[in-house]
Structures are given as C-alpha cells and as structure tokens.
Write a protein that binds this ligand. Structure first.
Ligand SMILES: Cc1ncc(COP(=O)(O)O)c(C=O)c1O
Length: 326
C-alpha cells in the first residue's frame, strides 16, 4: 500500500457532516507584529467551526460518530473533566444525529453549571460524575453494559476521541489546507491526549506536505506524548493498510512541555500574556487549558527568532473558548 493509496482510503472513510468545512484561515498581521516574529502568521480557525462551539474534537467526531452509526449504535458514551470540550462536542454530535449521549465526568457535580458543563446539560446528555480520572474507564464500561442490558446500542469513545480513527479527522484537516492553497512551514497546536498531533502528523505524510508539526503540551512530559502519538500513528498505519513506520511519525514528532507551568489549566504569566495579546490584536479567544498555552509557545519561539522571514507559521486554533465562560 502506497501513501497515495492510503490517502484515497482516508478520503473514502464514511463521515457525518457536523458543520460546514473548511474552517477559515486568517492572516494575523497584528498579532505577528505584537509578537515581533519573522515571517507570516496565519491561524486555522477550528475555534470558528460552525458546529456546537467547534474545536478539534468536532473533526474527530465526524469519523467516530459515522462509525458508531454504521455499527447501528444509538448512544455515544464518553468521558472527560467537568469542563471537557470533548464531552460538549460529543453531546452536540449525538443531539444533532438523533442519538443519546452519556458522559462520565470526573469532578464534582456543579451546583450551577457553567461553560461546557452547562452546554452538555442543555444538549440533553446523561451525566455520571466520578471522583477520579482513574474511575472513568471502568465507569464507562459499566454504563455501556447497563445501557446494553436495557436494550440500547452504546458506542464507547475513549478520552478525547484520540483513537486512530478520531485522529484521522485532523489528517483530513491537512487535506483541507491543501485545498485552501496554504501549506505552512510550521504548525503549532496544543497537544494532550495525542490525537490531534497524531492526525496532523499523519495528514502531512498522507498529503505529502513538508510542514513541521510542533505540539505544545497541556499537561504531560514529552516522552509520554511521544509514546501516545506514535501509538496512535501506528494504529492509523494499520487502519489504512500501510506498513509500520510508513508515516514517518518517529522522525516527524516534535513537542515541547515547557509551557504548561504548574499544570493543566493553571495560567502562567506567558499564557496570560498570550491570551490578552490574541484578544487585543485579533479578537481571538484562547483558554488556559490548551490554546493560550500553545500560543505562549508560539510567541516564545517567535521571539527567539525561530520563525524566519519568507516562512509561514500557522497557529492551529483547536477551540476551547467555551472554557473562558466556565
Ligand atoms: C481546545 C483543545 N485544544 C487541544 C486539545 C488537545 O487535543 P488532543 O487531546 O487531541 O491532544 C484539546 C483536548 O484535549 C482541546 O479541548
């Protein structure tokens, strides 16, 4: 199987339509000048994906929900934190496809739900709260078994929909860039459960574009992200019938864990600066879990002279703006 044949397989995978694609690519001159970086800065506006408040998770769900439907499933079961973007996107997909949704949320049931918690509730999802992250998978298994016993057909979506199939939603995003006529030298994006980064890496290999993908970690050390991203890329190779290593993921992988500071969702001085700068120069909204941290990485690289004149750098805005209202 060649990369070209695998690309055809990818393009033939069933998808459901969740909002109109492609998302816009905006040139961010004012933000670029405020950073003082070389070259051109563009933003892939997945935050503006017009479905359920958008974001990278919607791309994953176009494939994952299609597979669930093809299997005759009627309920999407997934997990995340109380303010999970992924849970909100999954509940939105279920609602729009006429399916049920059951969320396993780690954290306390909020007395007055805000942000994503509010939207998940409004979208009609059932929610089971668990105390700890480690309780999520066993609880999803239990919920799925109970649904099955009650005659329903559940489909369990792992954390972040970061499966090989889900990640391919982002690979299709690289194909989308090609049709939009923009192939950046570098893409900077937030990375956490690995699916987004794996999909972007796979997309670059499949659409044969030379773009570097730099993942800015939201929480994990580089070695852990590398392990997960390479595992997902291995799964993508198997799914598309490619030989092991054909995507060149080990060579392409690049991540930086130097920007999450004291931890997941905890603002850093640099993410606060990035958040304010993006809002005040481009009216772009970023969150301290993912996108403001990723942007703070891009800003630091830009100020260190790592993007040169004549080059195009893309900030892949993965969404998360709902978190600002939590
Ligand atoms: C807004 C946002 N950006 C980035 C990410 C990271 O994506 P991934 O989990 O695929 O690494 C997530 C989800 O975890 C997210 O919600």
């Amino acid at each position: 199987m060649s990369l070209a044949a695998a690309r055809e397989r990818l393009l033939a995978l069933p998808t459901v339509r969740l909002g109109e694609l492609p998302t816009p690519i905006d040139t961010a001159w004012r933000l670029r000048d405020a950073i003082g970086m070389g070259g051109k800065l563009v933003v892939k506006r997945d935050d503006a994906l017009p479905f359920g408040f958008g974001g990278n998770k919607v791309r994953k769900l176009t494939l994952v929900a299609a597979a669930a439907r093809a299997d005759g499933c009627d309920t999407l079961v997934t997990c995340g934190g109380v303010q999970s973007n992924h849970c909100r996107a999954t509940a939105a997909a279920a609602a729009a496809l006429g399916m049920h949704c059951h969320i396993v949320a780690n954290g306390e049931r909020p007395a007055h739900p805000t942000g994503n918690a509010r939207l998940v509730q409004l979208l009609g999802a059932e929610i089971t709260y668990v105390a700890d992250r480690t309780d999520r998978n066993p609880t999803m298994a239990r919920v799925a078994a109970e649904l099955q016993a009650a005659g329903r057909r559940p489909h369990v979506i792992p954390l972040g929909a970061s499966t090989p199939l889900g990640a391919l939603g982002l690979a299709l995003g690289i194909g989308e860039l090609v049709t939009q006529g923009i192939v950046p030298d570098t893409i900077v994006a937030a990375t956490s459960s690995g699916g987004t980064q794996a999909g972007l890496i796979a997309g670059c290999a499949l659409f044969e574009v030379p773009t570097r993908i730099v993942g800015i970690s939201a929480d994990d050390p580089v070695a852990e992200i590398r392990r997960v991203v390479l595992e997902i890329c291995g799964g993508i190779e198997a799914l598309l019938g490619l030989p092991t290593g054909a995507l060149g993921a080990a060579e392409r992988f690049e991540a930086d864990a130097g920007f999450f500071g004291d931890g997941y969702g905890i603002p850093t001085p640099a993410s606060q600066e990035a958040q304010a700068l993006a809002a005040r120069t481009e009216a772009l909204f970023t969150d301290h879990w993912y996108t403001a941290k990723a942007l703070s990485g891009l800003i630091a690289y830009g100020r260190a002279g790592r993007f040169r004149d004549g080059q195009t750098t893309m900030f892949w805005h993965t969404g998360g703006q709902v978190g600002l209202l939590a």
